[in-house]
Ligand binder design. Structure first.
Ligand code: PHE
Length: 345
């Protein structure tokens, strides 16, 4: 009888291994452990066995029943799991066209910044970076911008807290990359030759020439004997490298609290060729940068010897340069992520 049971065990195992569907598993179940199944028939014969065998056979038969029931559960689970995985041969249609994934490329503003970095690196300028969330101190005080200067008003600067709520060194979104001048000069001693590209933020009314976020590249050179003619030389060289030898440039006297003397630099409008359009506000010229000789008060803020060192600084608007170079007449196009526009660069 024991032998019969162990034969049964192997039979059930091999039957379950062959079962391909839940129906087949069910057939195995009824055949072996169903009410009229093989195991129950055996159990019915137990009373007619010799008394010393009854309990052993009874125990073995019940154990086998339980074991079979467990195997059946496992086989069912396996079949359900296999059925839910689609058959690769059926779902893979070789004749379908592939999905087109276009190559990405750098944004035109990133391209412009990289190109400008390259021009200045040939002149020995390092690249530096500063934070976009700044302290009032770096954006204004250290740059000799007095507490009552109009650019410190809420209208011209994004403060991170209401002005009345903070102390006198509040957090703000930097409105110029000139902040990096201070950060670099506090870290390093002259000679300094650096540019600092990055985002700046101003609550301007958005139009074809203004956005509330744009990019600037700051420049700073400090050493003994740096003069305004060095500034003019470097900027002219830059403009000619970027726009070509025929570019027209003009320096207008201007004012910045952190440079003295100061100048604003215009480039002839390449969009309308000087005839007048919305980009140049019908003047034929586009202002692309501010510049000047570093004010001694700024050197004092960073503990530089004002008797020994002089320097020049400039800040140029990246979007403006890109617009002139590529003939783009609306700054907003750079920010809209329209692939029809971006893919042209
Ligand atoms: N920071 C000035 C601006 O944003 C530009 C500038 C930089 C002017 C450096 C002079 C020197 O308008």
């Amino acid at each position: 009888m024991k032998e019969k049971l162990s034969k049964l065990k192997n039979q059930v195992k091999s039957n379950l291994a062959k079962a391909k569907s839940l129906d087949e598993v069910e057939q195995v179940r009824t055949k072996y452990i169903g009410r009229k199944g093989v195991i129950n028939e055996i159990i019915k014969t137990i009373p007619s066995l010799p008394p010393e065998q009854r309990s052993t056979i009874g125990k073995l038969a019940n154990e086998l029943k339980q074991e079979i029931s467990r195997w059946i559960g496992e086989t069912r689970k396996k079949i359900v799991a296999e059925e839910s995985v689609p058959d690769a041969k059926e779902t893979f249609d070789l004749s379908l066209p592939g999905k087109h994934k276009p190559y990405g490329h750098e944004h035109p503003i990133t391209q412009t910044i990289n190109e400008i970095k390259e021009i200045f690196s040939k002149l020995g300028f390092d690249v530096e970076y500063g934070p976009e969330v700044e302290l009032e101190y770096y954006n204004f005080d250290a740059l000799n911008i007095p507490a009552d200067h109009p650019s410190r008003e809420d209208f011209d600067t994004f403060y991170l807290l209401a002005r009345s709520a903070g102390g006198d060194n509040q957090l703000l979104l930097r409105s110029q990359t000139s902040t990096v001048q201070i950060r670099v000069m506090k870290e390093k001693k002259p000679p300094i030759r650096m540019i600092a590209p990055g985002k700046v933020f101003r609550p301007d009314t958005v139009d074809a020439r203004h956005a509330s976020m744009f990019h600037q590249i700051e420049g700073l050179m400090v050493d003994e004997g740096v003069s305004f003619s060095d500034l003019k030389y470097v900027l002219t060289l830059f403009a000619k490298s970027y726009f070509g030898q025929n570019i027209k440039m003009r320096f207008r006297p201007s004012f910045f609290p952190f440079t003295e003397p100061s100048a604003e630099v215009d480039i002839s409008c390449s969009i309308c060729k000087g005839k007048g359009c919305s980009v140049c506000a019908y003047s034929g010229w586009v202002e692309v940068l501010g510049a000047g000789m570093v004010d001694p008060n700024v050197f004092e803020a960073v503990d530089y010897d004002t008797e020994k060192y002089t320097g020049f600084a400039f800040g140029l608007g990246v979007e403006r340069l890109a617009m002139l170079r590529y003939g783009v007449d609306d700054i907003r196009l750079f920010l809209e992520n329209d692939m029809r526009f971006l893919s042209q660069f």
